[in-house]
Write a protein that binds this ligand. Structure first.
Ligand code: MN
Length: 384
């Protein structure tokens, strides 16, 4: 076996137990919180959120242990996914050091419909998630932000920054049909994020939904699933574009945004599109910035990928330095069980400096409080 590569992950997840809501909210409130229930035959599941029911096909009804086409191992269950101490053992085995950790079922929180109930649910998750971060400096948890109103969003950013959170997870759109991220309504949110030093985290699949459109559109027709998976990354790209285009980074140059689980080559592509419009359509463009859109994209936006063969080339060939790897632990799309194989393949053609930037440096720049990862080749005891 080749030398162990240590990498920080810009895309990992907690698995929130549903009892959290039962223990911390009234029974009536808890019943309206997101939960997934699988059909008896295991083929479909229903996600219940605030009186709505979202139906979807389960990704793997019966999972093979090794994918016959890629040869990559798929593991039924990561032993440490529900335990903050055992989780470190999984990370040490895989060679993952620091982790940016999102929620799991909590991503359905964005489809809540009552602003104050959403605030209550986010606070329950945040009060629980911070315990992970306090347990180990390797865990960097995202704060869930209730975005059905500007006021609840701003107050929860302020509260969670005080608790020690370094990054707030925002959905790709704040609501199903309200003012989107580029609108002036959200100025107070960006101001509070910049003032408290909180980063923005966008994650695939965090779009707010309504049951009618979700059940009618998603996973329908030939190719439906592949198109939906692709579109999930597109929604994150648009969210980043809205921040750049509306001048959020121009007004708040220290604000940083991480786009997790969406590849990386879209950033240089988008930079070209936005710069061309900014230069060539000068009469139609407002607001105007101090710098080109590409400069904000390249400096304020970080993009995380797990398997994408093209992603390292965004750095090596296209000049975009904020490419970060992510394990997606413990989710199905992630690398648990084959992290070292994947990392070795991804970095094979890179220089040592490029390899360092993608596996460790970009994350370290975002979260300088996390102790540096071990040197490659180091083996740690299981329970560090
Ligand atoms: Mn993920």
């Amino acid at each position: 076996m080749e030398k162990k590569i240590w990498a920080n992950s810009c895309d990992s997840h907690l698995m929130e137990p549903f009892e959290l809501f039962r223990e911390n909210l009234t029974p009536e409130q808890a019943d309206r919180m997101p939960r997934a229930v699988r059909d008896e035959d295991g083929q479909f599941e229903t996600i219940y959120v605030d009186g709505q029911e979202f139906r979807r096909k389960v990704p793997f009804a019966k999972r093979p242990m090794v994918d016959p086409q890629t040869g990559l191992g798929v593991v039924d269950r990561a032993p440490g996914q529900n335990d903050m101490r055992l989780r470190l053992k999984d990370l040490n085995q895989e060679g993952v050091w620091g982790e940016l950790v999102y929620t799991s079922i909590g991503m359905w929180m964005h489809s809540m419909r009552d602003p104050l109930l959403m605030l209550a649910g986010c606070q329950v998750i945040n009060d629980w998630a911070i315990e992970y971060q306090r347990f180990s400096p390797r865990y960097v948890c995202t704060a869930m932000i209730p975005t059905l109103s500007v006021e609840t969003a701003v107050s929860e950013v302020e509260r969670t920054a005080d608790m020690g959170f370094k990054i707030a997870m925002l959905p790709t759109s704040p609501t199903v049909d309200g003012p989107n991220w580029h609108r002036d309504d959200w100025h107070p949110l960006w101001g509070m994020m910049a003032e408290t030093g909180m980063h923005v985290g966008f994650h695939a699949g965090s779009d707010p939904h309504e049951a009618d459109t979700f059940n009618g559109t998603y996973h329908g027709g030939p190719g439906g699933h592949l198109m939906n998976y692709y579109e999930a990354s597109f929604h994150m790209q648009m969210a980043a574009a809205k921040l750049v285009a509306s001048g959020v980074f121009d007004r708040h140059p220290t604000l940083k945004c991480v786009v997790s689980e969406g590849g990386a080559t879209w950033v240089p592509f988008m930079a070209d599109r936005l710069d061309e419009a900014y230069r060539q359509h000068v009469n139609q463009v407002w607001p105007k910035f101090k710098r080109l859109p590409s400069e904000y994209l390249f400096e304020n936006v970080y993009a995380s990928f797990q398997h994408d063969r093209s992603a390292p080339q965004a750095l090596a060939a296209m000049g975009y330095q904020n490419v970060c790897w992510g394990s997606d632990y413990p989710h199905l799309e992630g690398t648990f069980g084959h992290t070292q194989k994947t990392l070795h393949e991804l970095v094979a053609d890179l220089t040592p400096a490029q390899r360092e930037r993608i596996t460790k440096g970009a994350f370290q720049e975002l979260f300088p409080h996390v102790p540096p990862a071990p040197e490659d080749g180091t083996e740690l005891p299981e329970d560090v």
